[in-house]
Design a protein around this ligand. Structure first.
Ligand code: NAD
Length: 488
Protein backbone atom coordinates (compact mmCIF):
# COMPACT_ATOMS: atom_id res chain seq x y z
CA UNK A 1 0.00 0.00 0.00
CA UNK A 2 1.25 3.50 -0.76
CA UNK A 3 -0.03 6.75 0.71
CA UNK A 4 0.39 10.43 0.08
CA UNK A 5 0.18 13.59 2.19
CA UNK A 6 -2.22 16.45 1.50
CA UNK A 7 -0.65 19.85 0.92
CA UNK A 8 -2.44 22.83 -0.64
CA UNK A 9 -5.26 20.62 -1.91
CA UNK A 10 -2.94 18.14 -3.67
CA UNK A 11 -2.03 14.58 -2.70
CA UNK A 12 1.72 14.55 -2.62
CA UNK A 13 4.84 12.52 -1.84
CA UNK A 14 7.67 14.06 0.20
CA UNK A 15 9.56 16.58 -2.00
CA UNK A 16 12.78 14.59 -1.49
CA UNK A 17 11.05 11.24 -1.94
CA UNK A 18 11.75 10.14 1.66
CA UNK A 19 9.51 7.41 3.07
CA UNK A 20 8.90 5.49 6.28
CA UNK A 21 7.79 1.89 6.68
CA UNK A 22 4.66 1.18 8.68
CA UNK A 23 4.43 -2.06 10.64
CA UNK A 24 1.49 -4.27 11.62
CA UNK A 25 1.94 -4.85 15.38
CA UNK A 26 0.11 -8.20 15.14
CA UNK A 27 2.98 -9.83 13.21
CA UNK A 28 5.75 -7.27 12.81
CA UNK A 29 5.32 -7.19 9.01
CA UNK A 30 5.65 -3.99 6.97
CA UNK A 31 2.20 -3.12 5.59
CA UNK A 32 2.78 0.24 3.97
CA UNK A 33 5.25 2.92 3.00
CA UNK A 34 4.31 6.48 3.79
CA UNK A 35 5.95 9.76 2.86
CA UNK A 36 8.24 11.34 5.45
CA UNK A 37 7.83 15.10 5.14
CA UNK A 38 10.86 17.35 4.82
CA UNK A 39 11.02 20.74 6.49
CA UNK A 40 10.19 22.24 3.07
CA UNK A 41 7.02 20.12 2.96
CA UNK A 42 6.06 21.42 6.41
CA UNK A 43 6.67 24.96 5.26
CA UNK A 44 4.59 24.43 2.11
CA UNK A 45 1.72 23.05 4.21
CA UNK A 46 1.85 26.02 6.60
CA UNK A 47 1.92 28.45 3.68
CA UNK A 48 -1.07 26.73 2.08
CA UNK A 49 -3.01 26.92 5.35
CA UNK A 50 -1.98 30.56 5.77
CA UNK A 51 -3.18 31.41 2.25
CA UNK A 52 -6.51 29.65 2.76
CA UNK A 53 -6.97 31.52 6.03
CA UNK A 54 -5.71 35.01 5.07
CA UNK A 55 -7.37 34.84 1.65
CA UNK A 56 -10.62 34.13 3.47
CA UNK A 57 -11.58 30.95 1.55
CA UNK A 58 -12.60 29.23 4.74
CA UNK A 59 -13.09 31.82 7.52
CA UNK A 60 -15.33 33.97 5.28
CA UNK A 61 -17.63 31.10 4.37
CA UNK A 62 -20.86 31.30 6.31
CA UNK A 63 -21.11 29.17 9.42
CA UNK A 64 -23.96 27.28 7.72
CA UNK A 65 -21.72 26.40 4.79
CA UNK A 66 -18.92 25.25 7.05
CA UNK A 67 -21.36 23.24 9.13
CA UNK A 68 -22.70 21.48 6.02
CA UNK A 69 -19.18 20.54 4.94
CA UNK A 70 -18.56 19.00 8.37
CA UNK A 71 -21.70 16.90 7.93
CA UNK A 72 -20.34 15.73 4.59
CA UNK A 73 -17.05 14.78 6.24
CA UNK A 74 -19.05 12.75 8.78
CA UNK A 75 -20.89 11.00 5.91
CA UNK A 76 -17.59 10.23 4.23
CA UNK A 77 -16.31 8.57 7.41
CA UNK A 78 -19.55 6.60 7.85
CA UNK A 79 -19.53 5.47 4.21
CA UNK A 80 -15.96 4.19 4.59
CA UNK A 81 -16.33 3.00 8.18
CA UNK A 82 -15.51 -0.71 7.71
CA UNK A 83 -12.45 0.08 5.61
CA UNK A 84 -11.15 2.77 7.98
CA UNK A 85 -11.74 0.51 11.01
CA UNK A 86 -9.76 -2.31 9.41
CA UNK A 87 -6.93 0.06 8.56
CA UNK A 88 -6.86 1.40 12.13
CA UNK A 89 -6.65 -2.14 13.52
CA UNK A 90 -3.97 -3.10 11.01
CA UNK A 91 -1.82 -0.19 12.11
CA UNK A 92 -2.59 0.20 15.85
CA UNK A 93 -3.37 -3.42 16.77
CA UNK A 94 -6.57 -2.59 18.64
CA UNK A 95 -9.44 -5.10 18.35
CA UNK A 96 -11.57 -4.47 15.27
CA UNK A 97 -14.73 -4.02 17.34
CA UNK A 98 -13.03 -1.14 19.19
CA UNK A 99 -11.84 0.42 15.92
CA UNK A 100 -15.44 0.36 14.67
CA UNK A 101 -16.52 2.26 17.80
CA UNK A 102 -13.69 4.75 17.23
CA UNK A 103 -14.76 5.37 13.61
CA UNK A 104 -18.35 5.88 14.68
CA UNK A 105 -17.19 8.37 17.34
CA UNK A 106 -15.05 10.06 14.70
CA UNK A 107 -18.09 10.63 12.46
CA UNK A 108 -20.19 11.75 15.45
CA UNK A 109 -17.57 14.36 16.31
CA UNK A 110 -17.87 15.96 12.84
CA UNK A 111 -21.66 15.90 13.17
CA UNK A 112 -21.57 17.54 16.61
CA UNK A 113 -19.26 20.38 15.53
CA UNK A 114 -21.10 20.69 12.20
CA UNK A 115 -24.15 21.55 14.30
CA UNK A 116 -22.21 23.79 16.66
CA UNK A 117 -20.75 25.88 13.81
CA UNK A 118 -23.96 27.95 13.65
CA UNK A 119 -24.25 28.33 17.43
CA UNK A 120 -21.11 30.33 18.12
CA UNK A 121 -22.36 33.51 19.77
CA UNK A 122 -20.95 36.45 21.70
CA UNK A 123 -22.36 38.62 24.47
CA UNK A 124 -23.56 42.16 25.01
CA UNK A 125 -21.77 43.82 27.93
CA UNK A 126 -23.81 46.33 30.02
CA UNK A 127 -21.17 49.11 29.90
CA UNK A 128 -21.98 52.26 31.92
CA UNK A 129 -21.83 54.69 28.96
CA UNK A 130 -23.98 55.57 25.99
CA UNK A 131 -22.44 52.77 23.96
CA UNK A 132 -22.96 49.20 22.88
CA UNK A 133 -20.25 46.74 23.77
CA UNK A 134 -20.50 43.35 22.12
CA UNK A 135 -18.16 40.46 21.55
CA UNK A 136 -17.37 38.77 18.25
CA UNK A 137 -15.92 35.27 18.15
CA UNK A 138 -13.29 34.94 15.44
CA UNK A 139 -11.13 31.98 14.35
CA UNK A 140 -7.66 31.79 15.92
CA UNK A 141 -6.08 31.27 12.48
CA UNK A 142 -3.70 28.57 11.25
CA UNK A 143 -3.63 25.62 13.64
CA UNK A 144 -1.14 22.75 13.87
CA UNK A 145 -2.90 19.64 15.14
CA UNK A 146 -0.53 16.99 16.56
CA UNK A 147 -2.01 13.60 17.38
CA UNK A 148 -0.73 10.47 19.23
CA UNK A 149 -0.92 6.83 18.14
CA UNK A 150 -3.55 5.33 20.43
CA UNK A 151 -6.73 6.68 18.76
CA UNK A 152 -5.35 8.16 15.53
CA UNK A 153 -8.39 9.15 13.46
CA UNK A 154 -10.68 9.82 16.41
CA UNK A 155 -8.26 12.15 18.21
CA UNK A 156 -7.61 13.92 14.91
CA UNK A 157 -11.39 14.55 14.71
CA UNK A 158 -11.46 15.94 18.26
CA UNK A 159 -9.19 18.72 16.98
CA UNK A 160 -10.04 19.02 13.30
CA UNK A 161 -13.83 19.22 13.70
CA UNK A 162 -13.91 22.18 16.14
CA UNK A 163 -11.03 23.92 14.34
CA UNK A 164 -12.91 23.77 11.01
CA UNK A 165 -16.23 24.75 12.59
CA UNK A 166 -14.54 27.81 14.12
CA UNK A 167 -13.19 28.85 10.69
CA UNK A 168 -9.53 27.91 11.23
CA UNK A 169 -7.32 26.26 8.63
CA UNK A 170 -5.08 23.41 9.72
CA UNK A 171 -2.00 21.27 9.31
CA UNK A 172 -2.68 17.85 10.80
CA UNK A 173 0.17 15.57 11.84
CA UNK A 174 -0.58 11.98 12.84
CA UNK A 175 1.86 10.00 15.00
CA UNK A 176 4.58 8.56 12.79
CA UNK A 177 3.83 5.04 14.07
CA UNK A 178 0.16 5.17 13.01
CA UNK A 179 -0.43 7.47 10.03
CA UNK A 180 -2.53 5.16 7.82
CA UNK A 181 -6.11 6.18 8.60
CA UNK A 182 -5.21 9.87 8.61
CA UNK A 183 -3.53 9.63 5.19
CA UNK A 184 -6.45 7.58 3.85
CA UNK A 185 -8.82 10.22 5.25
CA UNK A 186 -6.85 12.86 3.33
CA UNK A 187 -7.35 10.86 0.13
CA UNK A 188 -11.08 10.49 0.78
CA UNK A 189 -11.42 14.22 1.44
CA UNK A 190 -10.59 14.87 -2.22
CA UNK A 191 -14.18 13.87 -3.02
CA UNK A 192 -15.45 16.96 -1.20
CA UNK A 193 -13.46 19.47 -3.24
CA UNK A 194 -12.72 21.73 -0.28
CA UNK A 195 -10.90 25.00 -0.98
CA UNK A 196 -7.18 24.10 -1.22
CA UNK A 197 -5.12 24.53 1.92
CA UNK A 198 -7.98 24.36 4.43
CA UNK A 199 -6.90 20.88 5.57
CA UNK A 200 -3.27 19.89 5.10
CA UNK A 201 -1.82 16.60 6.29
CA UNK A 202 1.91 16.09 6.80
CA UNK A 203 3.53 12.91 8.04
CA UNK A 204 6.77 12.56 9.94
CA UNK A 205 8.66 12.24 13.19
CA UNK A 206 7.77 14.36 16.20
CA UNK A 207 11.26 15.73 16.75
CA UNK A 208 11.51 17.01 13.16
CA UNK A 209 8.09 17.53 11.54
CA UNK A 210 6.16 18.04 14.81
CA UNK A 211 8.79 20.36 16.18
CA UNK A 212 8.92 22.38 12.91
CA UNK A 213 5.17 22.98 13.18
CA UNK A 214 5.45 24.01 16.83
CA UNK A 215 8.29 26.41 16.07
CA UNK A 216 6.84 27.86 12.85
CA UNK A 217 6.19 31.60 13.11
CA UNK A 218 3.22 31.47 10.70
CA UNK A 219 1.30 29.01 12.87
CA UNK A 220 -1.09 30.72 15.28
CA UNK A 221 -1.93 27.79 17.50
CA UNK A 222 -0.87 24.25 18.29
CA UNK A 223 -3.30 21.69 19.63
CA UNK A 224 -1.42 18.71 20.96
CA UNK A 225 -2.29 15.31 22.42
CA UNK A 226 0.53 13.12 23.65
CA UNK A 227 2.97 12.57 26.46
CA UNK A 228 3.58 15.07 29.26
CA UNK A 229 7.30 15.46 28.46
CA UNK A 230 6.50 16.26 24.82
CA UNK A 231 3.91 18.75 26.10
CA UNK A 232 6.64 20.53 28.03
CA UNK A 233 8.77 20.81 24.85
CA UNK A 234 5.78 22.15 22.96
CA UNK A 235 5.11 24.96 25.43
CA UNK A 236 8.77 25.98 25.19
CA UNK A 237 8.80 25.95 21.37
CA UNK A 238 5.52 27.83 21.16
CA UNK A 239 6.74 30.48 23.58
CA UNK A 240 10.13 30.93 21.93
CA UNK A 241 8.83 31.21 18.33
CA UNK A 242 5.81 33.53 18.31
CA UNK A 243 3.99 32.84 21.59
CA UNK A 244 1.43 30.81 19.68
CA UNK A 245 -1.56 29.55 21.61
CA UNK A 246 -1.35 26.02 22.97
CA UNK A 247 -3.81 23.41 24.14
CA UNK A 248 -2.46 20.20 25.63
CA UNK A 249 -4.06 16.83 26.32
CA UNK A 250 -1.39 14.84 28.15
CA UNK A 251 -0.84 11.72 30.20
CA UNK A 252 -2.54 10.35 33.28
CA UNK A 253 -2.41 7.89 36.16
CA UNK A 254 -6.07 7.87 36.99
CA UNK A 255 -7.45 6.44 40.26
CA UNK A 256 -10.37 4.02 40.07
CA UNK A 257 -11.71 4.01 43.66
CA UNK A 258 -13.88 1.21 45.07
CA UNK A 259 -15.69 1.50 48.43
CA UNK A 260 -16.93 -1.50 50.37
CA UNK A 261 -20.60 -0.79 49.61
CA UNK A 262 -20.15 -0.78 45.80
CA UNK A 263 -21.78 -3.52 43.73
CA UNK A 264 -19.08 -6.20 43.41
CA UNK A 265 -19.81 -7.46 39.87
CA UNK A 266 -20.19 -3.96 38.43
CA UNK A 267 -17.00 -2.87 40.24
CA UNK A 268 -14.84 -5.70 38.95
CA UNK A 269 -16.24 -5.16 35.50
CA UNK A 270 -15.44 -1.44 35.75
CA UNK A 271 -11.94 -2.10 37.07
CA UNK A 272 -11.13 -4.33 34.07
CA UNK A 273 -12.80 -2.15 31.46
CA UNK A 274 -11.28 0.97 33.06
CA UNK A 275 -7.78 -0.30 32.37
CA UNK A 276 -7.61 -3.07 29.78
CA UNK A 277 -9.66 -1.49 27.00
CA UNK A 278 -7.39 -0.62 24.05
CA UNK A 279 -4.61 -2.73 25.70
CA UNK A 280 -4.36 -0.08 28.42
CA UNK A 281 -3.07 2.41 25.85
CA UNK A 282 -5.57 5.00 27.04
CA UNK A 283 -4.75 8.40 28.53
CA UNK A 284 -7.62 8.10 31.03
CA UNK A 285 -6.87 4.45 31.93
CA UNK A 286 -7.85 3.59 35.50
CA UNK A 287 -4.31 2.40 36.09
CA UNK A 288 -4.46 2.76 39.89
CA UNK A 289 -7.20 0.64 41.47
CA UNK A 290 -7.83 1.93 45.01
CA UNK A 291 -9.88 -0.61 46.93
CA UNK A 292 -11.14 -0.38 50.51
CA UNK A 293 -9.34 -2.87 52.75
CA UNK A 294 -12.63 -4.44 53.91
CA UNK A 295 -13.55 -5.26 50.30
CA UNK A 296 -10.03 -6.12 49.12
CA UNK A 297 -10.04 -9.94 49.46
CA UNK A 298 -13.42 -10.48 47.80
CA UNK A 299 -12.60 -7.93 45.10
CA UNK A 300 -9.24 -9.49 44.21
CA UNK A 301 -10.66 -13.01 43.97
CA UNK A 302 -13.27 -11.91 41.44
CA UNK A 303 -10.86 -9.57 39.62
CA UNK A 304 -8.39 -12.39 39.00
CA UNK A 305 -11.15 -14.79 37.91
CA UNK A 306 -12.45 -12.31 35.36
CA UNK A 307 -9.04 -11.06 34.16
CA UNK A 308 -8.33 -14.63 33.00
CA UNK A 309 -11.25 -14.33 30.57
CA UNK A 310 -9.67 -11.46 28.59
CA UNK A 311 -9.02 -13.06 25.24
CA UNK A 312 -5.81 -12.06 23.48
CA UNK A 313 -5.71 -12.75 19.77
CA UNK A 314 -5.66 -11.54 16.21
CA UNK A 315 -7.14 -8.02 16.46
CA UNK A 316 -9.05 -8.61 13.20
CA UNK A 317 -10.96 -11.45 14.89
CA UNK A 318 -14.25 -10.13 16.29
CA UNK A 319 -13.89 -12.32 19.38
CA UNK A 320 -10.53 -10.81 20.37
CA UNK A 321 -10.67 -8.55 23.44
CA UNK A 322 -7.01 -7.52 23.56
CA UNK A 323 -4.58 -6.98 20.71
CA UNK A 324 -0.84 -6.29 20.59
CA UNK A 325 0.76 -3.06 21.78
CA UNK A 326 1.50 -0.51 19.11
CA UNK A 327 5.23 -1.11 18.56
CA UNK A 328 7.98 -3.44 19.68
CA UNK A 329 9.68 -0.52 21.41
CA UNK A 330 6.54 0.28 23.39
CA UNK A 331 6.03 -3.39 24.31
CA UNK A 332 9.59 -3.45 25.69
CA UNK A 333 8.95 -0.29 27.69
CA UNK A 334 5.85 -1.86 29.26
CA UNK A 335 7.75 -5.07 30.07
CA UNK A 336 10.52 -3.02 31.68
CA UNK A 337 7.93 -1.38 33.97
CA UNK A 338 6.74 -4.84 35.02
CA UNK A 339 10.33 -5.64 36.00
CA UNK A 340 10.54 -2.37 37.93
CA UNK A 341 7.34 -3.33 39.82
CA UNK A 342 8.78 -6.73 40.77
CA UNK A 343 12.01 -5.09 41.95
CA UNK A 344 10.06 -2.52 43.98
CA UNK A 345 8.45 -5.37 45.89
CA UNK A 346 4.91 -5.16 44.48
CA UNK A 347 3.02 -8.47 44.42
CA UNK A 348 2.58 -9.73 40.83
CA UNK A 349 -0.72 -11.64 40.85
CA UNK A 350 -1.57 -11.89 37.13
CA UNK A 351 0.29 -11.77 33.80
CA UNK A 352 3.68 -10.14 33.84
CA UNK A 353 5.18 -11.26 30.54
CA UNK A 354 4.80 -11.47 26.78
CA UNK A 355 2.63 -14.49 25.81
CA UNK A 356 4.55 -17.44 24.39
CA UNK A 357 2.04 -19.07 21.99
CA UNK A 358 3.19 -19.50 18.39
CA UNK A 359 0.71 -16.94 17.03
CA UNK A 360 1.01 -14.25 19.70
CA UNK A 361 4.79 -14.47 19.91
CA UNK A 362 5.04 -12.79 16.50
CA UNK A 363 3.16 -9.72 17.73
CA UNK A 364 3.92 -7.12 20.39
CA UNK A 365 1.66 -8.58 23.10
CA UNK A 366 1.81 -8.24 26.88
CA UNK A 367 -0.44 -10.33 29.14
CA UNK A 368 -3.01 -8.44 31.21
CA UNK A 369 -0.93 -7.73 34.30
CA UNK A 370 -2.05 -7.00 37.87
CA UNK A 371 0.12 -5.96 40.82
CA UNK A 372 -1.41 -6.13 44.31
CA UNK A 373 -0.42 -4.50 47.63
CA UNK A 374 1.21 -1.63 45.78
CA UNK A 375 2.39 1.50 47.58
CA UNK A 376 1.44 4.74 45.87
CA UNK A 377 5.04 5.95 46.16
CA UNK A 378 6.31 3.14 43.89
CA UNK A 379 7.29 4.07 40.34
CA UNK A 380 4.65 1.70 38.91
CA UNK A 381 2.03 3.77 40.78
CA UNK A 382 3.45 7.17 39.89
CA UNK A 383 4.55 6.86 36.25
CA UNK A 384 2.33 6.36 33.23
CA UNK A 385 2.95 2.84 31.82
CA UNK A 386 0.40 3.13 29.00
CA UNK A 387 -0.12 -0.61 28.65
CA UNK A 388 -2.09 -3.49 30.19
CA UNK A 389 -0.60 -3.11 33.68
CA UNK A 390 -2.72 -2.13 36.68
CA UNK A 391 -1.72 -1.59 40.30
CA UNK A 392 -4.02 -2.31 43.26
CA UNK A 393 -3.60 -0.10 46.32
CA UNK A 394 -5.69 -0.92 49.40
CA UNK A 395 -6.97 1.97 51.59
CA UNK A 396 -8.70 2.23 54.98
CA UNK A 397 -11.17 5.07 54.71
CA UNK A 398 -12.44 7.93 52.59
CA UNK A 399 -9.80 10.45 53.65
CA UNK A 400 -7.01 8.05 52.85
CA UNK A 401 -8.54 7.21 49.46
CA UNK A 402 -8.69 10.89 48.51
CA UNK A 403 -5.13 11.52 49.70
CA UNK A 404 -3.76 8.59 47.67
CA UNK A 405 -5.85 9.48 44.61
CA UNK A 406 -4.50 13.04 44.60
CA UNK A 407 -0.90 12.03 45.29
CA UNK A 408 0.13 12.13 41.62
CA UNK A 409 1.51 14.74 39.24
CA UNK A 410 -1.39 13.93 36.89
CA UNK A 411 -5.03 15.03 36.97
CA UNK A 412 -6.80 13.74 33.89
CA UNK A 413 -9.55 11.46 35.16
CA UNK A 414 -10.79 9.19 37.93
CA UNK A 415 -13.77 7.15 39.08
CA UNK A 416 -15.49 6.43 42.35
CA UNK A 417 -17.72 3.42 43.04
CA UNK A 418 -20.20 3.43 45.95
CA UNK A 419 -23.92 2.99 46.53
CA UNK A 420 -23.75 5.92 48.97
CA UNK A 421 -24.39 8.83 46.64
CA UNK A 422 -23.31 11.39 49.24
CA UNK A 423 -19.94 9.73 49.65
CA UNK A 424 -19.51 9.20 45.91
CA UNK A 425 -20.13 12.87 45.13
CA UNK A 426 -18.06 14.08 48.09
CA UNK A 427 -15.08 12.08 46.84
CA UNK A 428 -15.63 12.98 43.17
CA UNK A 429 -15.46 16.67 44.09
CA UNK A 430 -12.29 16.26 46.13
CA UNK A 431 -10.28 14.60 43.36
CA UNK A 432 -8.21 17.09 41.36
CA UNK A 433 -9.00 15.79 37.87
CA UNK A 434 -10.75 17.05 34.74
CA UNK A 435 -13.09 14.07 34.35
CA UNK A 436 -14.66 12.10 37.23
CA UNK A 437 -16.98 9.15 36.75
CA UNK A 438 -19.39 7.81 39.38
CA UNK A 439 -20.15 4.07 39.28
CA UNK A 440 -18.65 3.71 35.81
CA UNK A 441 -15.34 4.37 34.08
CA UNK A 442 -14.37 5.48 30.57
CA UNK A 443 -17.55 6.63 28.82
CA UNK A 444 -16.56 9.58 26.69
CA UNK A 445 -18.99 11.71 24.68
CA UNK A 446 -18.35 14.39 22.09
CA UNK A 447 -20.96 16.54 23.86
CA UNK A 448 -19.03 16.82 27.15
CA UNK A 449 -15.64 18.41 27.89
CA UNK A 450 -12.43 16.39 28.12
CA UNK A 451 -9.09 17.49 29.56
CA UNK A 452 -6.76 17.48 32.50
CA UNK A 453 -5.83 19.32 35.70
CA UNK A 454 -2.22 19.54 36.88
CA UNK A 455 0.33 17.96 34.49
CA UNK A 456 -2.37 16.25 32.42
CA UNK A 457 -2.93 19.25 30.22
CA UNK A 458 -4.17 22.74 29.51
CA UNK A 459 -7.49 23.60 27.88
CA UNK A 460 -10.38 21.32 26.99
CA UNK A 461 -11.48 19.31 23.98
CA UNK A 462 -15.00 18.19 23.06
CA UNK A 463 -18.32 19.78 23.95
CA UNK A 464 -18.87 23.52 23.64
CA UNK A 465 -15.56 24.07 25.50
CA UNK A 466 -13.74 22.35 22.64
CA UNK A 467 -14.61 25.04 20.09
CA UNK A 468 -13.63 27.90 22.42
CA UNK A 469 -10.02 26.76 22.08
CA UNK A 470 -10.12 27.67 18.36
CA UNK A 471 -11.78 31.07 18.81
CA UNK A 472 -10.53 34.50 19.71
CA UNK A 473 -12.84 36.97 21.42
CA UNK A 474 -12.99 40.47 20.00
CA UNK A 475 -14.62 43.24 21.98
CA UNK A 476 -16.44 45.64 19.68
CA UNK A 477 -17.38 48.93 21.34
CA UNK A 478 -19.80 51.20 19.47
CA UNK A 479 -20.00 54.75 20.75
CA UNK A 480 -23.52 56.24 20.63
CA UNK A 481 -22.57 59.67 22.02
CA UNK A 482 -22.25 62.17 19.16
CA UNK A 483 -20.44 64.85 21.26
CA UNK A 484 -16.66 64.98 21.63
CA UNK A 485 -15.23 63.56 24.87
CA UNK A 486 -14.02 67.09 25.80
CA UNK A 487 -11.19 65.89 28.04
CA UNK A 488 -8.62 68.44 26.74
P1 NAD B 1 4.16 11.47 22.11
O1 NAD B 1 4.17 12.68 22.97
O2 NAD B 1 5.40 10.71 21.95
O3 NAD B 1 3.70 11.84 20.62
C1 NAD B 1 2.49 12.47 20.33
C2 NAD B 1 2.60 13.23 19.05
O4 NAD B 1 3.56 14.28 19.22
C3 NAD B 1 3.11 12.42 17.86
O5 NAD B 1 2.45 12.86 16.70
C4 NAD B 1 4.57 12.77 17.81
O6 NAD B 1 5.13 12.62 16.53
C5 NAD B 1 4.56 14.21 18.22
N1 NAD B 1 5.80 14.71 18.82
C6 NAD B 1 6.74 14.01 19.50
N2 NAD B 1 7.74 14.83 19.87
C7 NAD B 1 7.43 16.07 19.43
C8 NAD B 1 8.05 17.34 19.51
N3 NAD B 1 9.22 17.52 20.14
N4 NAD B 1 7.43 18.41 18.96
C9 NAD B 1 6.24 18.26 18.35
N5 NAD B 1 5.60 17.08 18.22
C10 NAD B 1 6.18 15.99 18.76
O7 NAD B 1 2.96 10.58 22.65
P2 NAD B 1 2.53 9.14 22.14
O8 NAD B 1 3.51 8.16 22.71
O9 NAD B 1 2.25 9.16 20.69
O10 NAD B 1 1.12 8.98 22.88
C11 NAD B 1 0.98 8.53 24.16
C12 NAD B 1 0.76 9.69 25.12
O11 NAD B 1 -0.37 10.44 24.72
C13 NAD B 1 0.44 9.19 26.52
O12 NAD B 1 1.17 9.93 27.46
C14 NAD B 1 -1.05 9.46 26.65
O13 NAD B 1 -1.49 9.63 27.97
C15 NAD B 1 -1.22 10.70 25.85
N6 NAD B 1 -2.63 10.86 25.44
C16 NAD B 1 -3.39 11.82 26.06
C17 NAD B 1 -4.74 11.96 25.72
C18 NAD B 1 -5.61 13.00 26.41
O14 NAD B 1 -6.72 13.23 25.93
N7 NAD B 1 -5.18 13.63 27.49
C19 NAD B 1 -5.30 11.12 24.75
C20 NAD B 1 -4.49 10.16 24.15
C21 NAD B 1 -3.15 10.03 24.50
Amino acid sequence: MSYRMLIGGKLTHAEDGATRKVVNPFNGKVVAEVPEASLNDVDAAVRAARKAFDGGDWPNMTAQQRGRILFRIAELVRKNLPKLARLETLNVGKPIVESEFDMNDTATCYEYYGGLATKITGLTAPVPDNAISITLREPVGVCALIVPWNYPLMLAAWKLAPALAAGCTVILKPAEQTPLTTLEFGRLLQELKLPPGVINIVQGAGETVGSALVNHKEVDKVAFTGGTETGRAIIKGAAASNLKKVTLELGGKSPNIFFEDADLEASVDGALFGLFINQGEVCSAGSRILVQRSLHKKFMKRLLEKAKLIRLGDPMDRKTKMGPLVTEEHRDKVLSYIQIGIEEGAKLVAGGKAPKSAVLRKGFYVEPTIFDEVKNSMRIAQEEIFGPVVVVIPFKNEDEAVAIANDTPYGLAGAVWSRDIFRALRVARKIRAGIMWVNTMQPCYVEAPWGGYKQSGAGRELGPHGIDEYLETKQLHINLNENPIGWY
